[in-house]
Design a protein around this ligand. Structure first.
Ligand code: FAD
Length: 392
């Protein structure tokens, strides 16, 4: 375990995931401030437990992308209905399967070169309440080592729950379990991702198959929260593999929680900004969180710099409001709507998806557009329309 070299910093970023690293890229734009990035692990030393799929548009909006981070480009998505009928969709912008370990390690190196002190393998155990009228806080590390930060960016992911005694979001309301495997000996188109829906495959969630290089893929299942007690993820995944991909060789298994929606609450306080999964920035329907974490990390970094410039409580509160407002404009408001859609969709039966897929599968791929998908399926299936009413 290494320890920070100083007792106090202007900004401390907890977590070297996409959110914390992106926050770092924004705070290093300001010269002459002391910044510490601290993580309990060195996240890129082991394979990152993530399916690594991102939409091109959101990813490129959130971070300057390097070509070395791209494992492969995705042009097509194929949806598999519960009765095995399939519908393919070509997105205008497409997506990527990225190499997260490479991305995170490259950004950490850049931060270190730009003067950020990076400490890995050291867990933060506590963040104190604000100490005095400057709103600085004390961070506790193992062996009771303490450091002080004028501003803390909490990018510690879905489960660390810092500051729960204060009026801030800390506990994910909709924490969905996910399990996936890296496999070899699979033959799928390299530019296509597959999504499987249905109460037998993944109740309340979905199964995915994302290509991962030649004859390799990552295959996983995310389970809706309400199905946790009634279904076992490992049984569902074994069943899925044996029925859909019986010849694959499993190389590694991963599990992780996906925080789909927090209870409503603040994501920042004077001197403290939560970002990424710690602020539940995941898209609650696609469960994608990488670009969202990068985007919100950038906003957190910008607002941390603003917080450094004042110790006036009123101004600090305004900065908190501005941070939340910007996030809500960029993604938050839409995510709140999607969270409500998701809850309604839980009551849409498999037969509606089967009918929808049967209808859509008759439309040639080159003529398939989002508006056609909506028109074709929604008009016929009032339960789907009802589920999607929150988007209107
Ligand atoms: C199985 C699975 C598959 C997924 N697949 C996709 C996908 O295909 N596409 C997509 O867009 N999203 C996906 N996601 C979601 C995505 O992984 C997250 O949204 C994203 O990692 C959030 O980034 P983050 O920086 O907020 O948090 P994290 O990536 O979780 O980073 C948090 C960091 O904080 C560190 N940390 C935690 N606690 C402490 C502490 N007390 N002290 C010090 N350090 C600490 C951790 O070590 C970690 O490095 C998936 C998630 C799961 C679980």
């Amino acid at each position: 375990m290494s320890l920070p070299s100083q007792d106090s910093y202007d900004i401390v970023i907890i977590g070297a995931g996409p959110a914390g690293l992106s926050a770092g890229l924004h705070v290093v734009r300001e010269k002459g401030i002391s910044v510490l990035l601290i993580d309990k692990t060195e996240p890129w030393k082991n394979p990152v437990p993530c399916a690594e799929g991102v939409g091109k548009l959101g990813f490129e909006e959130a971070v300057p992308v390097k070509k070395e981070w791209i494992r492969q480009e995705i042009l097509k998505a194929r949806f598999h209905a519960p009765d095995s009928n399939t519908v393919a969709y070509v997105d205008n912008f497409g997506g990527y399967i990225i190499d997260r370990a490479r991305m995170q390690s490259d950004i950490a190196t850049e931060l270190s070169e730009k003067g950020v002190e990076c400490v890995f393998g050291t867990r933060v155990t506590r963040i104190s309440e604000p100490q005095n009228c400057t709103f600085s806080r004390v961070i506790t590390l193992p062996d009771n080592k303490k450091i002080t930060a004028r501003v803390i960016i909490d990018a510690s992911g879905p489960t660390s729950c810092f500051c729960k005694t204060e009026k801030i979001t800390w506990k994910p309301e909709d924490l969905e379990p996910a399990l996936f495997v890296h496999v070899e000996n699979i033959s799928i188109e390299p530019n296509t991702i597959h999504i499987y829906a249905g109460s037998q495959v993944a109740p309340g969630g979905y199964a995915w198959v994302f290509p991962r290089g030649e004859n390799a893929a990552n295959i996983g299942i995310v389970l809706g929260k309400k199905s946790r007690g009634t279904h076992t993820l490992s049984d569902l995944l074994s069943n899925f593999l044996s029925t859909q991909y019986p010849d694959v060789h499993v190389i590694r298994r991963f599990a992780g929680p996906i925080p789909c929606n927090f209870k409503k609450g603040a994501i920042s306080l004077p001197g403290l900004l939560k970002t990424g999964d710690a602020a539940s920035t995941i898209n609650p329907i696609s469960r994608a969180g990488i670009s969202e974490a990068l985007l919100s990390g950038g906003l957190a970094g910008d607002h941390a710099l603003k917080m450094l410039k004042t110790s006036n409580l009123r101004n600090l509160k305004k900065i908190c409001k501005s941070y939340e407002h910007e996030w809500n404009i960029r993604r938050g408001n839409r995510h709140n709507k999607l969270a409500r859609v998701k809850n309604s969709m839980l009551s849409v039966p498999d037969e509606d998806y089967n009918h929808g897929a049967a209808l859509l599968s008759k439309i040639p791929l080159e003529k398939m557009t989002m508006s056609k998908i909506f028109k074709a399926s929604l008009g016929r299936f009032p339960r789907l329309v009802w589920a999607l009413r929150h988007l209107m």
